[in-house]
Design a protein around this ligand. Structure first.
Ligand SMILES: *[C@@H]1O[C@H](CO)[C@@H](O)[C@H](O)[C@H]1NC(C)=O
Ligand SMILES: *[C@@H]1O[C@H](CO)[C@@H](O)[C@H](O)[C@H]1NC(C)=O
Length: 474
């Protein structure tokens, strides 16, 4: 173990980059072919994956992490700085706080290599650098399809320390985190996992006849494709689906919306989820959370044919992966199937549906997933609400084993009319607190935490750590 740790660390530190280390090291271990050797090689690979995670993220105490600033920054000379890198630290548990923190474009070894260095003047905090993430191509082959398993770093790294760097981390993708941690977390029930989610996941860039806009103040809640969200580690999607009968082909009529605004057609997004499920062992939770248009009669009764059309499309695109509730649901008030059950059956897509009338007639659908929605534009009220609600969930007789904390504020009509702020500003006002709440107060009970602009918080890595921690307690 000590040797492999050293080799991994060495390769990660070399110009080859850490992702090469993972694929490179197991190679000599593959040559012997006896059972024992295969077993050893499997164990080694597991250890290497574990140490790889430690290489990426290491700290004697406390923690540093990289995020992406969600609002645009207006530069003094005119122009905009988009996707500025933020460096975050929490040394509140440490006896002494490092003096400085820096941004690096590789594994941080010495301060000479830093792109920017900042003094650390408080036990916890953050700085917004003036360096942009830029073109954030997904590493390790994930940009064009299925890449290498395990976590991999994008270019930005953070390091903190005094004369030498004693804490570091990178901005990661976690494309296979459930499989990477399977030996531990597979025994958890889905309601006992911590699951990183994307609020309004389809609203990431317009794709309509009239617009391909990628930055819009009050409509877009995300800025990565569904594929990229999955590769980053998001496993829960909150979809708002609308129906427009003016398209001749039925499958073109289903769209993802933000309220009444059409953002992207549904079918291509389902195909991205399909491609991901086809090539990984991950479990994905899809939630039809709201039908803002075309699914209901004026009197509130569902338009059955429109709902059925949607269900046919989801069956057609995702069918072989669907875990029917009729087969996998457990009794009311329990936490659902274990990950192991879903992985063993190779049924890894759970589709929950916000209309229990439709669920009643289509037993493969999972019942309404409770959404803890504060419906406020005040960050203070949001956290008061979520603190209270997360404490009282899961409810003892809940039909759904899951529940989702909606960790974002909602602009008021007046905010929108007066163009007061933007969803990016709103996300910025809460995302750091979402990270710290999940680390502390919500740590024991939170299930799904869905946020806007998730690169601006650390919910993915924190959720993985919490899931592992919960499984260790079983
Ligand atoms: C960016 O920040 C550095 C300090 O980290 C400063 O020296 C430089 O002038 C800034 N550049 C711009 C364009 O603001
Ligand atoms: C968010 O966290 C900061 C730093 O801990 C704190 O000062 C602020 O009051 C928090 N905001 C909310 C709305 O809880």
């Amino acid at each position: 173990m000590a040797v492999s740790w050293y080799v991994v660390a060495f390769l990660a530190a070399s110009a080859l980059g850490a992702s090469i280390a993972l694929s490179y090291i197991p190679y000599p271990l593959r040559t012997p072919s006896t059972d024992t050797n295969i077993k050893i090689s499997r164990i080694m690979r597991h250890l290497i994956r574990v140490s790889n995670q430690q290489v990426f993220e290491k700290s004697a105490c406390g923690k540093v992490w990289v995020t992406v600033h969600s609002p645009n920054i207006r530069l003094p000379g005119g122009g905009n700085l988009l996707d500025a890198i933020e460096l975050n630290w929490d040394f509140s548990t440490c006896s002494n706080v490092p003096k400085q923190i820096g941004l690096f474009n590789n594994w941080p070894l010495s301060w000479n290599q830093a792109l920017a260095v900042f003094a650390v003047e408080s036990a916890e905090g953050f700085v917004i650098t003036n360096i942009s993430l830029g073109d954030s191509k997904l590493p390790a082959g994930w940009d064009i399809g299925t890449g290498l398993k395990g976590p991999h770093c994008l270019w930005p790294w953070v390091g903190a320390g005094d004369s030498h760097i004693r804490a570091h981390n990178c901005l990661k993708i976690q494309p296979t985190w459930m499989e990477d941690n399977a030996e531990r977390i597979n025994k958890l029930r889905i309601g006992d996992l911590a699951i990183p989610g994307a609020h309004n996941a389809g609203a990431w860039r317009f794709d309509t006849e009239i617009s391909t806009l990628s930055r819009d103040s009050f409509v877009l809640c995300q800025d990565r494709s569904i594929w990229a969200q999955l590769v980053h580690g998001i496993r829960y999607f909150d979809f708002r689906i609308a129906y427009y009968d003016f398209y001749p082909r039925e499958e073109d009529r289903y769209w993802l919306n933000h309220n009444l605004i059409r953002v992207r057609p549904l079918v291509p997004l389902l195909r991205e989820i399909r491609a991901f499920l086809d090539s990984t062992k991950e479990v994905v939770f899809l939630d039809a959370h709201h039908f803002p248009m075309g699914f209901y009669h004026q009197n509130g009764a569902p338009i059955r044919e429109v709902h059925m059309g949607l269900l046919r499309l989801v069956q057609r695109e995702l069918g072989p992966h669907i875990a029917p509730a009729s087969q996998f649901a457990t009794a009311h008030g329990t936490r659902g199937p274990t990950l192991q059950t879903l992985v063993d059956a190779d049924r890894r897509l759970l589709f929950s549906y916000v209309d229990n009338n439709i669920v009643a007639g289509n037993r493969w659908l999972w019942p309404i997933l409770p959404h803890l929605w504060a419906n406020t534009n005040s960050p203070v009220e949001l956290f008061q609400y979520l603190d209270r609600m997360i404490d009282s969930y899961p409810q003892p007789s809940a039909r759904s084993p899951l529940f989702s904390a909606m960790a974002q504020t909602t602009p008021s009509v007046l905010d929108i009319v007066l163009l007061r702020g933007s969803l990016r500003d709103n996300a910025d006002a809460v995302n750091r607190n979402v990270t710290s709440r999940l680390t502390s107060r919500w740590r024991q009970r939170a299930n799904i935490v869905s946020s806007d602009f998730y690169l601006a918080n650390d919910v993915i890595d924190v959720s993985i750590a919490i899931s592992v921690e919960r499984s260790n307690r079983l």
